[in-house]
Write a protein that binds this ligand. Sequence first.
Ligand code: CDP
Ligand code: CDP
Length: 226
Amino acid sequence: MDKFNIAIDGPAGAGKSTIARLVANTLGFVYVDTGAMYRAVTWNVLRLGLSPDHTAEVIAATERMEIRLAPGENGQQVFVNGQDVTLDIRSAEVTNNVSQIAAIAEVRRNLTVKQKQLAANKGVVMDGRDIGSHVLPNAELKVFLTASVRVRAERRYKEIQDDRTDVTLEQLEAEIAARDRMDESRETAPLVQAPDAVLLDTTSMPIPQVVERILELCRTEVGGGK
Ligand code: CDP
Ligand code: CDP
């Protein structure tokens, strides 16, 4: 088997994007970060000064915007209407509003169509919250990555210390837990482990070990990869 699709889902800070990128690089596959697409929509809503509560306006703005993903030196680059927003979509303001925007069914429908198109030719590692359960239900391999909320918060804390000196580890843990709750409880395509996904708890697993385990699953479950 040459090309196949891998769906990687899980909560914030589980290691999805780091691991998905490494697996994609090893296999020579394309990495697609769907969280970046929801972040791009949220960035656009905030830029336009719209309230995330005004659902009809958010949907209309989402239909008008163009999102483009491109492979970059440090991972995936994101463009909105031609503007590079790769760094802007990681702001605390976007992070704290994204789950509300991602709960809007029409926004999800719009992005899901794009995500399915990106994976149509196979050879894609896609990460998100609903990839195995909803976007790519026929993905050849599905992985659900998780880790304790404390460890996930510690990982994020290490990453953002330079940017957000105002935030404590406890606040970050509460923010992550609140985002998980919103993502798990929304009506449309919530964060859930697909019944046929392999669960990997990475609480005490270093990154190379997780990557190796997924490459092994490619060999044993799909009969492909390296
Ligand atoms: O990287 P991090 O775990 O902080 O989040 P992300 O993958 O960038 O996703 C940001 C947010 O987008 C999530 O908290 C979800 O609300 C939403 N999202 C989603 O609803 N469905 C996806 N397939 C991907 C992200
Ligand atoms: O995409 P997601 O929010 O699931 O997580 P990430 O952004 O890939 O990972 C969050 C942080 O945890 C990164 O700094 C990773 O290097 C780190 N990490 C880790 O230390 N051990 C793991 N097994 C997975 C990720």
